[in-house]
Design a protein around this ligand. Structure first.
Ligand code: PEP
Ligand code: MG
Length: 600
């Protein structure tokens, strides 16, 4: 088989290269027999359910202690979240009703509810991160109810450090299997922000997730190379491939040393141009990483996690608390709160939309906020109140019409008046930013700049909507690139319009987190980049190696290019004059899934 046939590409969630034999751990929910119980036995079933919950609680407490010892107190809290899921009275009450009203056995009733919840959470982008936590809890409860040992060790985990392949990595599995038995994890499901990913990262165990179909491709015992930085798994490597992987890992270690040297240094190019580097924060857990990596504020504070999957909208006070906490963490810098980017596939339970044929071209983001002012008003009020405590600003996504910005401004003015009437401390001014992430926004950029205080380019959606390439479609991954000449021209038009209007413009899409594309942005005139927190050290180091003159010449040539290949070559040549590209290759994002972490 060729190298390509043996190479599986997923999402690298915990960096490092490891080589070892594959062990398959199936954490499928156990087979639950169909069993109806006699009416007089229902109390006993309910008692069995409560007993199982208690036993699983003690297992999770043990895992929490182990995580605290090995990974840290913050990571151990992941198990508190699992305990909350386990003891959720809404769920347990529903299971109890199924037992009492339908005379189902405890395991049957529990499984019924577990499958329902799983389906609900899986279909929701933000909750998908927590599906593995949920499955871990359900699995243990069912195991307990079915009388299977809770603390089992899978076959094949022996003396040699193995690479564990599993459909879904749960937090429990991640801390239960100690090194030296486990060298790395591979999961078919999962995301960079799942709890198991965070734990694997803290424990320093290389891990790749999202490798759909990998279990069917790997035979237990075969040697594999797991590259947790690139997010790849190579089956049956040759001696040469093993040597190459080891060399790449050495380069990565060298790159890490370089990055460490740049820690605490400003992002200044060698010809003296100062850039501002901010962090993108999706979840509260990422805040500390952004601060520790020297983010100069938050260029994109995503807020969907606050409402997706919850049955109630978050209260205003809860939002004020979060926005102000983030703002106070960066006292000298702005924190840009993005209004709910709902829709597509992210919807809160409280706003169940009609099914749409094309949700990504449908009722989403700012459209939802403007059509449902009761949702938007609370968020605007919360930002205004948080702004009384810190430099919090507001940014609106998916803008296609100037009217949307005008209407948002009206709503801000109304909210300010309301808050004043109520006598609450709140800001009387609020910078309003617009995300430039649709072709329409770029075409209208001069008019949009007139009514905005700042602009921020969302290259993920701008690329998706301009090139007509679904950003999540692995099959089209090669076509999903911001180095397409059309995107280069849109980026240039946006930078120029912002400059003419005297408005700040930044880039908060993933493009700013990728080394070579980031150099193009600098060459096109962007001076503010907002990257995912783990990418900050790499981007800072890179900025300190390049000069703007050279980047500008490369960008000018790219504007004349006809193909993506030409743009790529031009940039690579320009960067190679100042940086060892092999080092950058060590920090390159895997092309198929632009989500990885470089942090060791
Ligand atoms: C973008 O589209 O580039 C962006 C930053 O927003 P999101 O990834 O949240 O859609
Ligand atoms: Mg977007």
């Amino acid at each position: 088989m060729s190298h390509t046939d043996r190479l599986l590409v997923g999402i690298g969630v915990s960096p490092g290269v490891v080589i070892g034999p594959a062990v398959v751990v199936q954490l499928a929910l156990p087979e639950v027999p169909h069993r109806v119980v006699a009416r007089k036995a229902v109390n006993r079933e309910v008692a069995r359910l409560r007993g199982a919950v208690k036993a699983v609680r003690s297992y999770l407490e043990r895992m929490r202690e182990r995580a605290a010892r090995r990974a840290g107190a913050e990571e151990a809290k992941i198990f508190d979240a699992q305990i909350l899921m386990l003891e959720d009275e809404e769920v347990l009450g529903a299971v109890e009703r199924l037992i009492r009203e339908n005379q189902l056995s405890a395991e049957r009733a529990y499984e019924f509810k577990a499958l329902e919840l799983r389906a609900l959470w899986s279909s929701n982008t933000k909750l998908r991160d927590r599906v593995a936590d949920l499955s871990g809890v359900h699995f243990r409860v069912l195991q307990q109810l079915l009388g299977l040992p809770v603390d089992w060790i899978p076959e094949g985990l022996g003396s040699q450090p193995a690479i564990v392949f599993t459909p879904e990595l749960t937090p429990g599995l991640t801390v239960q299997f100690d090194r030296p038995h486990v060298a790395g994890f591979v999961a078919e499901q999962g995301t960079r922000t799942s709890h198991a990913a965070i734990l694997a990262h803290s424990l320093g165990i290389p891990c790749v997730m999202g490798l759909v179909g990998s279990l069917g491709r790997v035979h237990p015992g075969t040697t594999v190379i797991l590259d947790g930085t690139r997010g790849t798994v190579l089956l049956d490597p040759t001696a040469d491939e093993i040597a190459e992987a080891q060399a790449l890992d050495r380069r990565r270690i060298a790159l890490d040393r370089e990055l460490e040297r740049a820690v605490g240094q400003p992002a200044v190019t060698i010809d003296g141009v100062r850039l501002t580097l901010r962090g993108n924060v999706d979840l509260p857990e990422e805040l500390e990483a952004a601060a520790q990596h020297g983010a100069e504020g938050v260029g994109l504070l995503r807020t969907e996690f606050m409402i997706v999957g919850r049955s109630e909208l978050p209260g205003e006070d809860e939002q004020v608390g979060y926005y102000a906490r983030v703002g106070e963490r960066f006292p000298a810098h702005p924190v840009i709160v993005r209004s709910y980017d709902l829709g597509g596939d992210k919807f809160p339970l409280a706003v169940a939309p009609e099914p749409e044929a094309n949700p990504f071209l449908g009722w989403r983001a700012l459209r939802v906020c403007l059509d449902r002012p009761e949702i938007f008003r609370g968020q605007i009020r919360a930002v205004l109140r948080a702004r009384a405590r810190a430099n919090v600003q507001l940014m609106i996504p998916m803008v296609t019409q100037v009217e949307e910005i005008v209407r948002t401004r009206e709503m801000i003015a109304e909210a300010m008046d309301e808050l004043q009437r109520e006598g609450r401390p709140a800001a009387r001014d609020l910078p309003l930013g617009v995300m430039v992430e649709t072709p329409a926004a770029v075409v209208m950029i001069d008019r949009i700049a007139e009514v905005s205080d700042f602009l921020s380019v969302g290259t993920n959606d701008l690329t998706q909507y301009t090139l007509v390439v679904d950003r999540g479609n692995a099959r089209l991954a090669d076509r999903f690139t911001p180095l397409h000449p059309a995107i280069v021209r849109l980026l240039k038009a946006t930078a120029d319009a912002a400059q003419r209007a005297g408005k700040e413009v930044s880039v908060c899409g993933e493009m700013a987190s990728e080394p070579v594309p980031a150099v193009l942005l600098v060459g096109l005139g962007y001076r503010v980049l907002s990257t995912s927190p783990p990418r900050l050290p790499l981007v800072r180091w890179l900025v300190r190696q390049i000069d703007v003159g050279r980047a500008t010449r490369a960008a000018e040539a790219a504007l004349e290019a006809r193909t993506t290949g030409e743009v790529q070559t031009l940039l690579q040549e320009a960067v190679a004059e100042q940086v060892d590209l092999r080092l950058l290759d060590a920090g390159r994002l895997p092309r198929a899934r632009p989500e990885t972490s470089l942090k060791r």
